[in-house]
Design a protein around this ligand. Sequence first.
Ligand SMILES: [Zn+2]
Length: 118
Amino acid sequence: MNVGGTLLLAPRRSEHVACAAGGPVLSAGEITFSDGDVSEITNQSTGFCPEPESWPTVAAALDAIPVDRPDDFTTRVVFRLCPACNERNIVKDGWFVCDLCGADLPENWNFPVARRGT
Ligand SMILES: [Zn+2]
């Protein structure tokens, strides 16, 4: 979803950053429609690593189109950037430790706010 609140859609195998023309975005992830309604939606985007707290902006965009939607992301993904090795991590079960180097990960989201296009 771009900063204007427009929902940009592309086939699942495409790249999120390309879909958003490099960003910046308010949120990003995967969406599944069933019978015309949203059946699954996630913030799973390794390109943008958005916070699950970005849901209200996504909900507002979905409410502008005639579809039923869940009350939150059906899968909430917590991303952190390792301050030691710069690896992107998915935090599971509240375990804030880098999968690659074992360094502690910060409690707060720590990715660059905006990504620049080419
Ligand atoms: Zn690390």
